[in-house]
Write a protein that binds this ligand. Sequence first.
Ligand code: ATP
Length: 303
Amino acid sequence: MEMVMDAFVNTKSLKILKDPRQGDHVVAGDDAKNEREPLKPSTATVGDIHVADPRMTCRHVNVFYGEKRAIRDVSIDIGRNEVLAMIGPSGCGKSTFLRCLNRMNDTIDGCRVTGTITLDGQDIYDPALDVVLLRAQVGMVFQKPNPFPKSIYDNVAYGPKIHGLAQSREELDEIVETSLRKAGLWEEVKDRLHQSGTSLSGGQQQRLCIARAIAVNPEVILMDEPCSALDPIATGRIEDLMHELRAQYSIVIVTHSMQQAARVSQRTAFFHMGDLIEVGPTDRIFTRPRHKLTEDYITGRFG
Ligand code: ATP
């Protein structure tokens, strides 16, 4: 909760950034010496990691928890108006990699990230970057819905207020309504906006969290198993929502459900033991995987 609320308490702009740096460099962490240690080569990724006109680019990303390398030299683009699904067996590093995309790993003691990640061409690990603003631009929806202990209205209004996005009460009302409409929740809550967010059902709470992320004008929405605590009907609502939101945002979803990945995403990335094994159009990955490990995973031979 504290971590999420932290994401709304600053108003500086990403524009303070210098020009993005070229090449590979340490992007976070406190032990620069380790970066120069030779790393074992990773498995080469099968498939095209590139997209035309990417929203985000990730190059040679490694993540260490202490000495342990949890992500190994991962490079991938994140496109505009796409849902990118990240799949793979438990512990393969999906959530770790997702957290790199808005620097949530910064909050984990002993976690170190190397490589380069850009958002609209700007290095998101530049020390001059405002991380709070980054986390508004690259919002996150967690596995367990986590509304603030505030009213439905205030859950959505909190970010815009802190970021100064509304000049008047009317403008704030409009942002709240628009965000709740985009999250497919307005009709269900318009007559109870001042009731607590925690009074909603699990599925409604998750859509409230999506409305909260949308309210601060993100470019990318990260979703870490957003439906795993929801029943099939609530899951269906969130999946429908992803289709609608894609028109405006890039969405990266971690999911354990291959059916869900197949239903919601245009591209799929398959991770295994910290390596990005294969990436490609979702229909191809699920019908004609090129790597043996991908095939074994999607046919249920392990996982
Ligand atoms: P799951 O599907 O079970 O959620 P995952 O694919 O998302 O797994 P991660 O949670 O990213 O995998 O974990 C990748 C590896 O990093 C695992 O070996 C895990 O034990 C390790 N790991 C994750 N978080 C931490 C942490 N805070 N400290 C130390 N090791 C961690």
